[in-house]
Design a protein around this ligand. Sequence first.
Ligand SMILES: Nc1ncnc2c1ncn2[C@@H]1O[C@H](COP(=O)(O)OP(=O)(O)OP(=O)(O)O)[C@@H](O)[C@H]1O
Ligand SMILES: [Mg+2]
Length: 603
Amino acid sequence: MNGQTSETSRLSPAGLPGRHGHVSVEKPKNSKRVIRRLWNYLSREKVLLVVIIVFLLVNTATTLAGSYLLRPIINHYILPHNIPGLIKMAFLLLGIYIVGAVAAIFQNRLMILVAQRAVNAIRADLFGKLQSLPIKFFDSNNHGDIMSRFTNDVDNVSDSLNTSVMQLFTSTITLTGIFVLMLYISPMLTTVTLVIVPLMLWVAALIIKKSKNYFATQQVALGAANGYLEEMITGQKVVKVFCYEKSAATEFEAINYDLRDKATEAQYYSGVMMPVIQNLNTINFALTAVVGGLLVVFRGLDLGGLAAFLQYSRQFGRPVNEISSQYNSIQAALAGAERIFQILDEQPEISDAPDATVLGHVNGNVRFKNVSFGYDAGKTILKNISLEAKAGQKIAFVGSTGAGKTTIMNLLPRFYDIQSGEITVDGVDIKKIQRSSLRRSLAIVLQDTHLFTTTVMENIRYGRLDATDEEVIDAATLAGAHSFISRMPKGYQTMLENDGGNLSQGQRQLLNIARATVAKPAILILDEATSSIDTRTEQIIQKGIDQLMQGRTSFVIAHRLSTIHNADEIMVLENGEIIERGDHSSLLKQKGRYFELYTGQFD
Ligand SMILES: Nc1ncnc2c1ncn2[C@@H]1O[C@H](COP(=O)(O)OP(=O)(O)OP(=O)(O)O)[C@@H](O)[C@H]1O
Ligand SMILES: [Mg+2]
């Protein structure tokens, strides 16, 4: 819709920045609810999940058992010099570790499978939802922000499900297992661990808190850089023509330095975690070794037990480290998931009334009766609009910018629903017609054309999916597009890319007119379809449009009044009200607003 994208972002950015880089700290508002909904996606693969848990338990059990075996190996085989037994035990150990490794591989693969299926379902739901949302949603939300929910947020969820969640589980179980076995080997020695571990956790929490803040500021800086970049890419022509390149480079440099500083801090704090925890762990190891040695000498602790215990206390740091480093990424994923669910919770277009009818043959009698409408409650834009278009008539709208012309035309296809009054097609209230049926009876040609990345043929066929190739070519011929299409390298099979970026604006418009033609609508809406096109191109397009309008009820919004001389009725709109109406000559005679507009243009 031209000029209607409002800047207010209805979707509050809870997590990663949209293109303007607003960010609150990455934290889901309601983690429990988000987790429950994510679980709904994951739990579709219950069997696989059970298998994964089995592998996970096997994997952690082998890690724990491998270390524990040191005890009997030392006590019963090494100390008594039982070499054949020792070799047997070595093979047993090898076997256990192989089983563990295989379990780990399967656990990973399966988890990725489950995670990607869930992410796939989320993406499908998102896209399906997007298709069901009313135009209002797209008009009032930042498109970059919506996109980022498909990309950034889904990626965060995906990464986290792939690895973080599993690691969190593995680490927690390992930690518990290690702790229990430590207690089993020597409760006394475990007290040393109990002194060091809370210290470790405290330091980890401290670092997490610091680094989280820095990560948030890094995200803001990243958002700013991305936003700037996007503006510069989309606005390249403006940048070049006003010679803004140097200033742009300077501005970007500042943003880039800022990002560098923030990223450096964030990385520093997240990088400092590992060595700090490792060092604490080494101290823990040393203390345990000293105290354990004393216990062996004076309290009869078995040497094998001490060896196993030391092994465990060395392993202790890793899960602690992993849990704390996964914390951030899980937070980010939950925040992302929350943003995704926000879209899934958006109100879809209201469904058709149960008794809604399907239009059969449409004649094209359209009537507006005392229609009032505002985009936002409390701000009326259209006031008491009444008009009638008999089948085949051409109704034109003129008026200054912002008068409400486009708004009127948004109402007929029910992009927005009116607040009071009634709009009828062939005498039937459009609220009582199935949306798809209503929309099939009309076609819209806008000033800003839209072409999909596919062939010319398919782009035109978009107007009516069951049209044959002949019908498409006929429509293109009627619209006056056939000759330039034939000159394209592959004719109708030429691929269009980047919204038809390699076509001229007039050619793009001709394809859009052909698309509307193939739809064979009873009602046609043209919103400034020929403005901002040079006069020669306009003549060509006007011919196509005139052909298209033959025998159809047409609503034409035009800035160039020359194109609407022959309209059956012209409505002059100001401030959402029809202030004058009549045909061209009678309006000129009135010497009112239309006269002003007309003479202003043609003097
Ligand atoms: N999506 C929207 N949400 C809120 N207000 C809107 C929206 N679209 C348009 N408006 C407001 O409605 C009024 C009428 O806008 P409309 O687009 O109908 O004008 P127009 O007559 O088509 O103007 P132009 O000739 O510039 O295309 C304007 O004041 C505009 O600010
Ligand atoms: Mg408009």
